[in-house]
Design a protein around this ligand. Sequence first.
Ligand SMILES: *[C@@H]1O[C@H](CO)[C@@H](O)[C@H](O)[C@H]1NC(C)=O
Ligand SMILES: *[C@@H]1O[C@H](CO)[C@@H](O)[C@H](O)[C@H]1NC(C)=O
Ligand SMILES: *[C@@H]1O[C@H](CO)[C@@H](O)[C@H](O)[C@H]1NC(C)=O
Ligand SMILES: *[C@@H]1O[C@H](CO)[C@@H](O)[C@H](O)[C@H]1NC(C)=O
Ligand SMILES: *[C@@H]1O[C@H](CO)[C@@H](O)[C@H](O)[C@H]1NC(C)=O
Ligand SMILES: *[C@@H]1O[C@H](CO)[C@@H](O)[C@H](O)[C@H]1NC(C)=O
Ligand SMILES: *[C@@H]1O[C@H](CO)[C@@H](O)[C@H](O)[C@H]1NC(C)=O
Length: 427
Amino acid sequence: MMQRWNRKRSPLHLLALLFIVFIASSILYNESSIRQINDDPNLDLQQRQHETSISSSAPNFSTAHPKPTPVELDRFTTCKSTLKYSGRRANWVDRHRVELDHKKEDLEECDVFSGKWVFDNSSYPLYNESHCPYMSDQLACHKHRSPDFGYQYWRWQPHNRNLKRWNVTEMWEKLRGKRLMFVGDSLNRGQWISMLCLLQSVIPTDKRSITPNAPLTIFRAEEYNATMEFLWAPLLVESNSDDPWKHADILVFNSYLWWRQGPVKLLWSSEQNGVCEELDGLGAMELAMEAWAKWVASNVDPLRKRVFFVTMSPTHLWSQEWEPGSEGNCYGEKTPIKDDGFWGSGSDLPTMRMVENVLSRLSSKVSVINITQLSEYRKDGHPSIYHEFWETLSPKQLSNPVSYSDCIHWCLPGVPDVWNELLFHFL
Ligand SMILES: *[C@@H]1O[C@H](CO)[C@@H](O)[C@H](O)[C@H]1NC(C)=O
Ligand SMILES: *[C@@H]1O[C@H](CO)[C@@H](O)[C@H](O)[C@H]1NC(C)=O
Ligand SMILES: *[C@@H]1O[C@H](CO)[C@@H](O)[C@H](O)[C@H]1NC(C)=O
Ligand SMILES: *[C@@H]1O[C@H](CO)[C@@H](O)[C@H](O)[C@H]1NC(C)=O
Ligand SMILES: *[C@@H]1O[C@H](CO)[C@@H](O)[C@H](O)[C@H]1NC(C)=O
Ligand SMILES: *[C@@H]1O[C@H](CO)[C@@H](O)[C@H](O)[C@H]1NC(C)=O
Ligand SMILES: *[C@@H]1O[C@H](CO)[C@@H](O)[C@H](O)[C@H]1NC(C)=O
């Protein structure tokens, strides 16, 4: 195995190990294009940085705290036995040793992330759901019979300043001649779709194209000589090719929920006997973030490449958090939470501290788009039951909509549009 790694020279292969993550909630991955990726016969699985093993259990977000049972159902598990994580690091990264800078930005003065949601049906939504040809059936809530439009009408108003006014022409000018690439999980994919929907209307249909070339999907706008791309990489450091994002000019990363599914197994590339090490999701995410940070530190020239990291997207799985005594989730919620500073238990604080710590060492190279607090308020913004289902719902499920609500992703138009306004604000 070592030899295989050595043949490839991507700095991303710093973390030459195999992550095996047990995913119990198919809601996180079961989208047509994502399935394509998992099923793509052309991928040489042997050469993949890591594999994810995926269970086939149906989405189940009942009011009970979901304790995903690791269900192993994959073709590629290679652990012959599993030990506790030894604390070992991917240490040959030292060859790329770089001074990480410790400068911390003064965020107080320019904090656009603390504020409130203001009802504004004159300027929102920023586009019409049914006019966007790139809309996903997982996110098109109105098309899937959402009786309510309320979630589309909210503007984010920072406490101490205004957000730069969204301007499609200006955004296109910023993208002229550039590659904008989103790298991450299905939440990041939602933000990419939002960006396509926000920007596509001014491009004539014969001057644009989209290549569904999983795991990389590329939207091209001819007259701006620009692309907007999405690379599926929920664990951030997996990659099938050398430096898949080396040539992007603007990069938008995220990673979080896939690490929250239970323990992760690592198989070091030098390990010949299939002995895996197991550690908790936070520890594994930290290993991945560190490998990513080293890549950024040695490969990003901030004058030529902009890098953004989008913080964890909150979930609204337990309504008792905003309405004590209740037993639901986001299903049926129609207005944002008003309680200033509301923070749900789905947004793990130790993870946030770890991410903050890694990012603070990269502050001259990576801008943080801190969406967590502002999205925490939006219990009304999730698809809940208003999206496409691939499986047939049983009468038992149908009688209890809470049991099959998606309280993880976000309807479009909606919350991710605001994440993109923040991106525009900082570009
Ligand atoms: C996932 O989606 C596919 C269609 O792409 C469908 O055949 C399958 O049943 C779905 N699985 C689950 C668990 O929802
Ligand atoms: C969801 O999970 C809970 C407990 O984990 C179980 O009691 C319930 O029957 C499940 N619901 C569905 C629809 O599978
Ligand atoms: C905006 O909302 C107000 C108050 O709910 C309503 O009276 C008005 O008709 C709405 N305007 C539009 C354009 O939807
Ligand atoms: C979106 O467009 C459709 C079709 O053109 C139209 O019927 C609908 O009223 C529009 N929706 C909004 C919210 O403007
Ligand atoms: C949007 O940006 C373009 C180009 O910078 C500018 O000409 C135009 O006036 C702006 N529109 C608005 C409504 O601010
Ligand atoms: C288009 O952009 C690429 C960089 O993304 C650049 O190499 C190329 O020269 C540009 N083409 C034109 C016609 O401007
Ligand atoms: C994001 O903002 C929250 C407060 O809303 C803060 O606790 C957290 O540390 C911030 N995260 C980062 C990575 O800056």
